[in-house]
Design a protein around this ligand. Structure first.
Ligand code: MEV
Length: 439
């Protein structure tokens, strides 16, 4: 029987692995070897990775791929993507190439406002709270000066602090709803530090406010935290071309393809089951760039999906239409990103990814990421409404299956040739591999 362990975090990495493998795995010897194979020989580099999180035992690799030929606002980019799913990088590259000869992608940042809130309980007269808030508002700014001085020097800082009455949703619940400009930083630390200072000022000043009764003086701060919902930190990415330029496929006319693409987007607009998968495809592109550039994909995911439901129903993030003889395809999404601070200064591959992207500002990175999402959706929809997704997908998947089966380079070469004219499925690949082995 496995018993709980005390002081796991104090064990060395090797001791952690030994305990884990001995207590939880079926083949402790192999587990111990395997976990150590993934350690980096460069001790300094390994130490850096060990210290990113707690209780590190080894490294977990994801492939880093490149989708070249992205023309964005007339500038060419090769986009780094960290992702485990086959076809995604190929699809992005294909879409990039397609739009390269049709004017490329156009992008605009529509806003960069970040949000944070102090959630608190106030039991008393609302008018008095309003007056109190007006009287302490300058103090909320000035007492956070030590935290904001550097950000202000660079042109950012706190942009507004608002008192919001939420008592119709929850008894006695109010907020300081605060907005920030954090420039090239994602800003989570900056925002959270400011909010915690606002909370201190709020509580301290309430105790001194003579118009408040004893109960009113006792403001209870529940929590102070940034919001990952950033509906005013928005980027737009778009492509367009003449309908007649849309197609490269002899099996479908340009006109039919344009209409099918619009229909596919319309279905994702009105049908949440489809919208989720449609948007998942967009996130294939977005998350891969977010990960490669050391940003927080959970924050981005949460914010984008909330935005997709902002009108009360989960819907497509992309839009498509035909205007006259022009096909237009675009998306608008919230993206709170950073190109300085956090992992961007620490992880050597993140630094390299940002270097490949020509050291973008946070605004430029927003545009690149949005384009990766739009390109991914275009590629997915084009396959879905023509050949279907499996054809391309399974060809890419072939290599994964062959790797799982342990095929050597020569076998992979022969089987890749064979499957140029045969349908890929797990069973067909296994059986072709076995026949080849038995030949
Ligand atoms: C697969 O990872 C993504 C797709 O399902 C997206 C879509 O259906 O639009 C192909």
């Amino acid at each position: 029987m496995i018993t709980p362990i005390q002081g796991f975090s104090k064990l060395t990495k090797a001791e952690k692995i030994n305990w884990l493998a001995d207590n939880y795995t079926h083949n402790p010897k192999r587990t111990k070897e395997l976990l150590k194979i993934y350690w980096n020989n460069d001790e300094e580099l390994q130490k850096l990775h060990d210290e990113f999180i707690e209780n590190t035992i080894t490294n977990y690799y994801l492939p880093l791929g490149i989708a070249p030929n992205f023309l964005i606002n007339n500038k060419l980019y090769a986009i780094p993507m960290a992702i485990e799913e086959s076809s995604v990088v190929a699809a992005a590259s294909k879409a990039a190439k397609f739009w390269l000869s049709r004017g490329g992608f156009k992008t605009t940042v529509l806003g960069t406002e970040k949000v944070g809130q102090v959630h608190f309980i106030y039991k008393g007269d609302e008018k008095k709270l309003n007056n109190f808030f007006s009287s302490i508002k300058p103090l909320l700014f000035s007492e956070s000066n030590p935290l904001t001085v550097n950000m202000k020097k660079r042109g950012g800082g706190i942009t507004n602090i608002e008192l919001r009455n939420k008592t119709s949703d929850l008894e006695n619940y109010y907020q300081l709803h605060c907005t920030f400009e954090t420039l090239d930083a994602m800003g989570a630390n900056f925002i959270n530090s400011c909010l915690e200072q606002f909370a201190k000022t709020l509580k301290k000043e309430a105790l001194l406010y003579s118009d408040f009764s004893e109960t009113e003086k006792n403001i209870e701060v529940v929590m102070s935290i940034l919001s990952n919902y950033a509906p005013n930190c928005i980027v737009r990415a778009e492509v367009s071309c003449k309908v007649e330029e849309l197609n490269e496929d002899p099996n479908i006319s340009s006109n039919e393809l344009a209409h099918k693409l619009v229909q596919a987007v319309t279905i994702a607009k009105i049908e949440p089951y489809r919208a989720v998968t449609h948007n998942k495809g967009i996130m294939n592109g977005i998350d891969a760039v977010i990960l490669a550039t050391g940003n927080d994909f959970r924050a981005v995911e949460a914010g984008i999906h909330a935005y997709a439901s902002k009108n009360g129903r989960y819907t497509s993030l992309t839009n498509a239409c035909i205007e006259g003889d022009v096909f237009k395809f675009w998306l608008e999404i919230p993206l709170a990103l950073g190109t300085v601070g956090g992992l961007t200064n620490l992880h050597p591959l993140v630094k390299t990814a940002l270097d490949i992207l020509q050291k973008p500002s946070a605004k430029e990175l927003m545009q690149i990421v949005a384009v990766a999402g739009l390109a991914q959706n275009f590629a997915a929809l084009r396959s879905l409404v023509t050949t279907g997704i499996q054809e391309g997908h399974m060809k890419m998947h072939l290599l994964n299956i062959l790797n799982q089966l342990g095929a050597n380079e020569e076998e992979k070469k022969q089987l890749t040739e064979h499957f140029k004219t045969h349908t890929v499925s797990h069973r067909s690949v296994t059986s072709a591999y076995e026949s080849l082995k038995n030949d």
